[in-house]
Design a protein around this ligand. Sequence first.
Ligand SMILES: Cc1cc2nc3c(=O)[nH]c(=O)nc-3n(C[C@H](O)[C@H](O)[C@H](O)COP(=O)(O)O)c2cc1C
Length: 198
Amino acid sequence: MAPLLPEEIAPDPLRVLAAWIDEARATSQPQANAMTLATAAADGRPSARMVFVRGWGAGGIDWLTDASSRKAREIAVRPEAAGVFYWAGLARQARVEGPVRLLPDDQVAAYFARRRPGTRLAARAWRQGERLGSRADLHRRLAAVRSEADPGGVPEGWIGQRLEPRAIEFWQEDPDGLHDRLLAVRGASAWTVERLAP
Ligand SMILES: Cc1cc2nc3c(=O)[nH]c(=O)nc-3n(C[C@H](O)[C@H](O)[C@H](O)COP(=O)(O)O)c2cc1C
């Protein structure tokens, strides 16, 4: 793989990140659009989990979740997050950090419509993070929503969030240990990119 060069990233690091995600998908990397998402509670305690990224473009990194989930509640209080992508087959990592905003309803609806039918149904059956007595609760609730007509649209409580990176770090392995590590930081009018020791 060709070494990373700051001058290639500086004009538009978000475009480079999008190209990395696209390349991971095009080369069939497992869960190519999965990102570890880290948030922090009001007391500073961190938590992390995976999300499937639904959109990656000039605006930022988008995902869907339940407003009642821990991540959404933490972001509502501290609208900041960090994310990590890792593609083992490409020996690449990308890290993002920045503020998080809610996506508009029409964007959420467009992403939600692309989810598999089973996960769309599940989103109507329960709220993420609810305490359950047993697995049988899941079956009961799923059967209940299956027996109802699908009202269509986005189930109540499902939201979309967008991380707008203020920093993006690109890491690419080198067989001799001279890994590329380039940190792009958003300035008022342009990004600056620095090389960091790996
Ligand atoms: C590969 C993968 C993708 C996932 N994608 C999502 C997702 O897009 N949205 C989501 O809310 N949870 C997703 N989950 C589940 C989350 O990792 C997590 O269990 C859930 O969101 C509850 O997290 P929280 O209580 O910290 O908010 C995914 C899990 C895995 C393993």
